[in-house]
Design a protein around this ligand. Structure first.
Ligand code: DP6
Length: 356
């Protein structure tokens, strides 16, 4: 692989497109330095992604970071400050080159900013990949091997926990679990080789019930788990469900997969409702869509399931072979609950891509 160093100016650049992911077993509760209180597992998505490019130019050594940050072509001081704080916190350990390089960061999402889709997983993983890439170009390596993606997963995790899972194709597990070889709290691992092909065909149609920004951030929600009276039982349950789900994924048991996935989505929101203070991120439309999906499944026997992230939007999951029937069902019965008719059609994806 050729290095992207401009010989005259010594500028180094790197561009990556990195996807979002949707958790099936949810990460909810953390400790220490961005370490999860239970293992989680996700589908890597395809369409919903962030493209980031970073140009690093040499500068005199300075303690203060030098970063220009553009989001979709516009300067975004709020994002910029967040990135500054994050990079300052990891610079000594991972990227000492930041003392002597100026960074120009350009980033854009494929999904609209107002769509209610969280961009932290795709955004942080894309940034992590660019920085790891620049770092390895500087040290004279240019191989995108296992240890490269492992490091990117660690950096992404430090930026946002769920981002750790975005750097692998198909499905990832983040967090130590006794039955998953190689699983670790520090980084996610790809598990595509262990899963039945049917799951690689899954669609995720994201029905945007509300485009509003959520009232309680995920970070605040994780913190509320510290005093949640059900926390201990929850972490135990997540571990058990992970064992059951892994078995279902390996054997192609779509029904068990669907049951656990829906139970997890409802558990996540139940935990929010019994936090102190309690809060509700579901909207009326969310419940209507959930009920209709369950009714349609019961009547048609078509394996279509839902999951939710920390918000009101419904992820509709189903194997590719049922696309026609499910699309018809969505158009006839669910479309009316989508704000501005917005449904993002996504599917299980191939993981991040380095751009030329
Ligand atoms: C409900 O990764 O957004 O989507 O680590 O504080 O950035 P931070 O939280 P974040 O939490 C995601 C929570 C979730 C479940 C999941 O993706 O596993």
């Amino acid at each position: 692989m050729s290095k992207s160093i401009d010989q005259k100016s010594n500028k180094i650049n790197s561009s990556w497109k990195s996807p979002s992911n949707i958790a099936l077993i949810k990460y909810w509760g953390k400790h220490g330095r961005q370490l999860p209180n239970n293992a989680s597992i996700s589908f890597t998505l395809s369409h919903a992604s962030t493209t980031t490019s970073v140009i690093a130019s040499p500068r005199p050594i300075n303690d203060k970071l030098a970063i220009d940050f553009l989001f979709e072509g516009q300067s975004e001081p709020n994002f910029g400050r967040k990135i500054d704080k994050f990079l300052t916190s990891i610079r000594d350990e991972f990227f000492p080159f930041l003392y002597s390089y100026h960074l120009e960061i350009n980033t854009a999402n494929t999904f609209p900013h107002s769509s209610g889709i969280a961009s932290s997983a795709s955004g942080m993983s894309a940034l992590a990949l660019c920085l790891c890439d620049i770092d390895q170009q500087l040290s004279g390596q240019a191989e995108y091997n296992e240890s490269f993606f492992r490091k990117a997963s660690i950096i992404a995790r430090l930026g946002s926990g769920s981002a750790a899972r975005s750097v692998f194709p198909t499905m990832s597990v983040w967090g130590q679990h006794p039955q998953i070889l190689g699983s670790d709290d520090q980084f996610a691992i790809g598990i595509q080789q262990n899963i039945d092909p049917v799951f690689k065909t899954f669609h995720d149609d994201i029905l945007i019930v509300s485009e509003k920004q959520k009232s309680v951030s995920s970070t605040a929600g994780h913190n509320l788990m510290n005093n949640n009276p059900y926390a201990k039982a929850r972490y135990h349950q997540a571990g058990e469900r992970m064992s059951q789900l892994m078995k279902a994924l390996e054997s192609g048991d779509v029904e068990t997969f669907g049951k656990i996935t829906e139970d997890e989505a409802l558990t996540l929101h139940a935990l929010m409702m019994c936090s102190d203070p309690s809060y509700i991120l579901l909207e009326e439309g969310t419940l209507s869509v959930i009920k209709l999906i369950r009714q349609f499944r019961a009547e048609s026997n078509i394996p279509v399931y839902f999951t939710l992230d920390a918000g009101p939007n419904v992820h509709i999951l189903y194997p590719d072979q049922y696309t026609q029937q499910v699309e018809q069902f969505i158009a006839d019965h669910l479309q009316q609950y989508a704000q501005n008719g917005r449904i993002i059609k996504d599917f299980v994806g191939q993981g991040p891509e380095k751009l030329g």
